[in-house]
Design a binder for this molecule. Structure first.
Ligand code: 2E7
Ligand code: F3S
Length: 317
């Protein structure tokens, strides 16, 4: 039986970023150095496949430091932690390794520096997300104000409208964030921004690639988890850039084939926490149903790499 023809566009860059690569490597190297179990506070990155793989190697995932025994090492997830977490680990004399992405640490330092200069911090981010909790937790509780949308700006109750700085989550929609920043600047003309954008290179590049493919495809599948902020933003960006059907799927079994009936072109991308094996799995599932012509939509080439912390570099070959 002949299969329908389908033009498949594969976004590049997609999938793992340098911060995710590093965080996974940190857990693997900690397991080599200290043996199992190594505790990990929060999903190291927001992907069940990655988490299950590390669990099989001896990682134990918990939500709080209180759930870790004192005599085993603990790794903090790539999303970052409030200052109180390493402080408490130190107080308990625990061995800990911080897998916070260096680009998140940069935002933490920036928030602290602005606060030292007497500025109150406004964080643009999603309430309850671990990165937002971690960044806000660099300063005393209640000091940092949170805005999620441009509409929230009008309701901000600031200490001094002339002494403000903003920071953002690294995985936000570039376009939505620009709107929030404009609203902040309109109400607080003196508000200070980051030296360089807080939205990271990986977020920006993945959104750019989706934007480039969206107008040319009938549907987009974003491989990523429902709790993955950057992956969910890719779905929104795809829809807003003109694609009629943009859907998040964790893996091939999630694909709603009936929704894809009649399409002639399909775009595929993956969030920063989604492994390439899942992209391959999705491509293979598509190939089993369609006569596929594959084309890459490359809008950037990434060469960013981050070193693992010294404590692991020194002792693990
Ligand atoms: C850390 C940071 O694990 P993710 O899905 O996390 P998000 O923040 O997108 O929910 O993706 C990798 C990652 C991205 N940002 C890890 Cl701060
Ligand atoms: Fe870091 Fe950006 Fe990845 S903040 S973990 S490089 S998505």
């Amino acid at each position: 039986m002949t299969q329908p023809a389908l033009k498949l566009y594969l976004a590049a860059p997609r999938g793992f970023c340098a911060g995710v690569d590093r965080a996974i490597k940190i857990v693997e190297m900690a397991l080599e150095k200290w043996g199992a179990p190594v505790f990990v506070r929060h999903e190291i990155v927001h992907n069940r496949f990655v988490v299950d793989g590390l669990r099989e190697k001896g990682a134990v995932f918990v939500e709080e430091l209180d759930d870790c025994p004192l005599d085993r090492p603990v790794v903090f997830s790539a999303h970052g932690v409030p200052k109180s977490v390493p402080a408490e680990a130190e107080r308990r004399n625990m061995i800990y390794v911080d897998a916070t992405c260096p680009l998140v640490s940069k935002v933490h330092i920036e928030a602290e520096r602005h606060a030292e200069q007497g500025l109150q911090i406004v964080m643009i981010g999603h309430a309850g997300h671990p990165e937002t909790i971690g960044t806000m937790g660099q300063l005393p509780a209640g000091d940092v104000l949170l805005v999620e949308r441009a509409d929230d700006v009008a309701g901000l109750d600031v200490r001094d409208p002339d002494k403000l700085a903003y920071v953002t989550q690294t995985t936000l929609s570039v376009d939505d964030t620009a709107d929030v920043v404009s609203a902040l600047q309109a109400r607080f003309p003196k508000i200070v921004g980051p030296h360089k954008e807080d939205i990271c290179y990986a977020t920006t590049n993945r959104q750019e690639a989706v934007k480039a493919m969206a107008p040319n495809v009938d549907a987009i599948l974003v491989i990523g988890a429902p709790n993955s902020s950057n992956s969910r933003r890719l779905v929104e960006v795809g829809a807003r850039a003109g694609c009629a059907y943009a859907q998040l799927v964790q893996r091939a079994t999630d694909i709603d084939w009936r929704a894809l009936e009649g399409i002639e072109s399909l775009g595929i991308t993956a969030g920063a926490s989604a492994p390439e094996v899942l992209v391959r799995e999705v491509i293979d599932a598509v190939k089993a149903r369609y006569d596929v012509t594959l084309e890459q939509v490359e809008t950037a080439v990434e060469r960013v790499e981050f070193k693992v912390p010294k404590v692991l570099r020194e002792t693990v070959a």
